[in-house]
Design a protein around this ligand. Structure first.
Ligand code: 6A9
Length: 788
């Protein structure tokens, strides 16, 4: 018997799991997660850097600069910067747990770098790992002179065993160390190509205070300039390579930092190996090589098994594009730790000062404070421009990542909900610690506890539930023999997918937080509804984004999208009501799953009321679209209609019935080239809107992939094959999906990157890059397939 009931929801307790399925106990599962996710390239703001998922511990990183002339020192490569003008960079393959392969083309320095990362599990401290860094000329025949610095530091308790009095590094450089949380370990740095025994290795050893390893670029540069000045004082002539070197000295009696500098003319390769002493299986050059080739092979097979792209007829280059896009999202995961800045001072009551703009003006006495340090494990929208966690971006990221590695994604989701305060608020932008803060202009640093952001994590969680549902079907059909051949063996990536107890435990632990967050949204974003629709029972369901200024509603995520001409407390936002309806429905599913029947009933009622109010409050029958609401001079409710993404939300969230007239009109709006349709995806604002393409033109025309993904996803799940508009829905689904995939791929091919948004006239990628945040939803769209 299928555990699904007629409505399509199912109960975890009814699921028959395959015996011999994942037999992890909950403690074992948690330990396995911690072990396999302890180490990573969790410093995504850097071109290459490693750290464990521990607050004050070992951090390593790579820097390099060109020595073909004397200006290279002013352009040390370290943090991902668009100004470095690489023609391409990013993880081509990365599985999130065991390995990654990255390629970087530093055009100005004529060097193509490869950074391979491989972990060798074993022991009690997250195992060992190795990095292999290699470089070769991009343009053969032209000179390539590179000075590379690799640094290893401890940002907290612990020491390196380096004899600071007489340290004379020679490849392989080997030294031990220890920290309270990693125990004893050993680092080895070995030059494997492009150097011989006589090649000098310059170094710097130091005893650094807490919270300074992240400043290594500035620190190294300063030391190099100092020693260059000394050298020049001697009156002799030096090549840039001879001149710009670390001073080869130790600052301090003991060491918690070692930087090694190796210089090359032409091809090179070196390895950095970290051996955990508790592990019986050491990482060596040979185990790295064999581990890497095994991991790459497994990755390719698993990618096809997960997404079936080759099988669906995609070319090799498109499959490689999909791999690189997902890998840079996963290789862009970070572990962040530190204080944020929050202003919890009271705001004016609604009704007072109702025309005041923005969070600062709304506070009689602003009081920004540093919070206690906290941690977050998350992917980031863009390694170069926004290398930190963003709430609504992350829900998209996890819809894809969960498909690849279920339990990794659940770790990230849990990490975010651990950032929720008792009221139910989660900071929209997670700027944790000085390193993260150093990338954010002052005026954007403060977070305000009345600021929300779209609840996309519920999308990620609903994807998890869909996967559970799928596994259930696989395991509950009679053909158990067949399902056994599927890869649901004891596997750390899907323990909480194939094991009923673990899934129940996870969702039951998460659920109270989801509910608190939902209640917080409903309470604090509550709107003032002036006119009740015909469904008086639904009068409460109307909402308004806080944190609005005349020109921006950052909290909505659609920053400069046009809203009512001036902010007003009687405004109602149709995208927000849709999001809250989306929450009600998803929470109902989750509550049902874990047996919270009463709650489920309550959510169901909210949902029905919201659906009614979407229509009653927000549908404009003259414009044939959904609109925001505000009041006019006479305080009468009026619609504010700017056709574009905001108008689509009720359809994006599946709140509009397949057989409604409204759906037909919204589909027409999408498909009209004079409004939203382009050959590259749906533009954010109708070309007919008075504000189209004006001002900052961020969400006033350009094409964004997150919203396009929601459109494609909703068309497929809610409207294709249903009701009187199904032919139109299918046509739009197929064409839109094709347009998006082909343009994003074409632009990747042309420019080397995926982008933050795409130009609605040319299809060109624009703004931040690489932006493998929600633009990576393209992989899910590839997987979705055509509707026949
Ligand atoms: C500015 C500038 C070096 C804007 O992808 C993250 C967010 C989205 O959540 C949002 O919907 N992006 C979108 O409208 C980028 C936000 C960057 C804000 C910080 C700092 C950096 O200067």
């Amino acid at each position: 018997d299928s555990p699904m009931d007629a409505s399509g929801s199912f109960h975890l307790n009814d699921i028959q799991f395959q015996s011999g399925g994942n037999a992890f106990s909950s403690v074992e599962a948690a330990a396995a997660q911690n072990q396999s996710l302890l180490w990573g390239v969790y410093r995504p703001n850097l071109y290459f850097g490693t750290r464990p998922r521990l607050p004050n511990s070992v951090m390593t990183g790579l820097m390099w600069f060109g020595t073909q002339d004397y200006s290279g020192i002013d352009n040390i490569r370290h943090g991902c910067e668009e100004g470095d003008k690489f023609e391409k960079y990013g993880w081509l393959k990365h599985d999130g747990r065991s390995f990654g392969v990255q390629q970087l083309k530093d055009t100005r320095n004529n060097v193509e770098l490869t950074t391979d990362f491989i972990k060798i599990p074993g022991g009690e401290h997250g195992g060992s790992w190795g990095a292999r860094i290699s470089g070769k000329p991009i343009r053969q025949g032209e000179p390539m002179s590179i000075s590379a610095i690799y640094y290893m530091g401890i940002d907290g308790e612990g020491n390196f065993d380096i004899n600071t009095k007489k340290f004379a590094p020679k490849s392989p450089v080997q030294f031990g160390g220890n920290t309270p949380d990693l125990g004893n370990f050993e680092f080895t740095v070995e030059q494997t190509k492009g150097a011989d025994k006589s090649s000098p290795i310059h170094y710097l050893s130091a005893e650094l205070p807490l919270n300074s390893v992240w400043r290594m670029k500035d620190f190294s540069r300063e030391m190099i300039i100092q020693s260059a000045q000394k050298a020049q004082d001697s009156g002799r002539q030096f090549t840039p390579q001879q001149l710009f070197t670390l001073p080869s000295q130790s600052l301090g009696e003991t060491s918690n930092l070692l930087a090694l500098q190796m210089s090359y003319d032409g091809e090179f390769e070196f390895e950095v190996r970290f051996n955990s002493k508790s592990s019986p299986s050491p990482v060596t050059s040979a185990t790295m090589s064999s581990g890497l080739s095994r991991a790459i092979d497994a990755f390719d097979k698993r990618f096809e098994r997960t997404f079936h792209l080759k099988e669906s007829g995609y070319s090799d280059s498109m499959v490689d594009f999909a791999k690189a896009t997902m890998s840079n999202l996963i290789g862009g995961m970070g572990f962040f730790h530190g204080s944020a800045i929050v202003d919890e001072s009271p705001t004016f009551e609604d009704g007072q000062n109702e025309h005041l703009e923005g969070p600062v003006a709304r506070r009689p006495s602003p009081d920004p404070q540093m919070t206690l340090p906290a941690s977050l494990f998350t992917a980031v929208p863009s390694r170069s421009f926004f290398p930190r966690g963003f709430y609504w971006d992350e829900g998209f990221h996890q819809s894809l990542m969960g498909q690849w590695d279920n339990d990794l994604s659940l770790e990230v989701i849990e990490s975010w909900y651990n950032r929720q305060d008792n009221d139910g608020w989660i900071q929209r932008e997670q700027i944790l610690g000085d390193e993260a803060r150093s990338r954010v202009p002052k005026e954007f640093q403060v977070q305000y506890p009345e600021h929300a952001n779209p609840p996309t994590f519920l999308q990620a969680i609903s994807c998890y539930i869909a996967r559970l549902n799928n596994v259930t079907q696989v395991y509950s059909v009679d053909a158990l023999g067949d399902s056994a051949s599927l890869d649901h063996e004891l596997d750390v990536t899907n323990a909480r997918l194939v094991n009923r107890e673990l899934a129940t435990e996870y969702l039951s632990n998460l659920y109270p937080k989801l509910r608190t967050n939902y209640q917080w949204m409903r309470r604090t974003m509550q709107g003032k509804i002036r006119e009740y629709g015909r469904h008086s029972r639904s009068r409460m369901e109307g909402y308004r984004w806080r944190g609005r200024t005349m020109t921006h509603t950052l909290t909505s995520g659609l920053d400069d999208y046009p809203r009512a001409a001036s902010p007003h407390v009687a405004e109602l936002h149709v995208d927000l009501l849709s999001w809250i309806g989306f929450m009600s429905r998803n929470l109902q599913d989750i509550a049902t799953l874990i047996g919270e029947e009463d709650d489920a009933e309550e959510f169901e009622e909210h949902y029905a009321n919201i659906k009614a109010n979407i229509h009653d409050l927000h549908w404009n029958n003259n414009e044939k679209t959904f609109c925001d609401v505000t009041v006019d001079e006479n305080e009468d409710s009026v619609h504010v209609c700017h056709k574009g993404y905001v108008s689509l939300f009720p359809v994006l969230m599946g709140l509009v019935d397949a057989d409604s007239d409204e759906l037909g009109h919204i589909l027409d709006l999408m498909y009209d080239p004079e409004e939203m349709w382009t050959p590259y995806g749906l533009r954010s604002l109708s070309a007919k809107d008075e504000f189209f393409g004006t001002g900052e033109n961020y969400w006033k025309g350009p094409i964004w992939i997150n919203i396009n993904y929601l459109a494609v996803h909703s068309l497929k799940t809610n409207y294709v094959g249903k009701g009187p508009h199904q032919a139109k829905a299918k046509k739009i689904y197929n064409e839109l999906r094709d347009n998006l995939i082909h343009n994003i791929f074409k632009e990747y091919d042309r420019s080397g990157f995926v982008w933050e948004q795409y130009n609605d006239k040319t299809g060109y990628g624009q703004r931040s890059h690489p932006f493998t945040g929600w633009t990576s939803m393209v992989v899910l769209m590839m997987q979705m397939g055509r509707a026949e």
